[in-house]
Design a protein. Structure first.
Length: 88
């Protein structure tokens, strides 16, 4: 069961949004796997590892956070993911 779910609309191709997400997560020391349809990721943080899955439908990047540190609010993770996806 997801601990936090949200969707991020995007413009451009699904390949572009995947490339942005993969680059940002790997730069943060995390792991990213998947394709233009769906996949998963994990990112280490000082409080613990954040894990999740994603799915792309039309122009929407839907994220389900499946595991996160108890002390880390879902809204903080959502904010960071949105920043990752905005970076060119």
């Amino acid at each position: 069961m997801a601990k936090h779910s949200f969707s991020v609309p995007f413009s451009g191709s699904s390949q572009d949004i995947i490339a942005k997400a993969k680059a940002a997560i790997e730069k943060a020391g995390g792991q990213f796997n998947g394709d233009e349809g769906k996949g998963g990721f994990s990112v280490p943080t000082p409080a613990g590892t954040v894990k999740g899955t994603y799915a792309i439908s039309a122009q929407t990047f839907a994220v389900d956070i499946t595991d996160k540190p108890f002390i880390m609010p879902g809204a903080a993770i959502e904010s960071q993911v949105r920043k990752f996806l905005e970076k060119a």
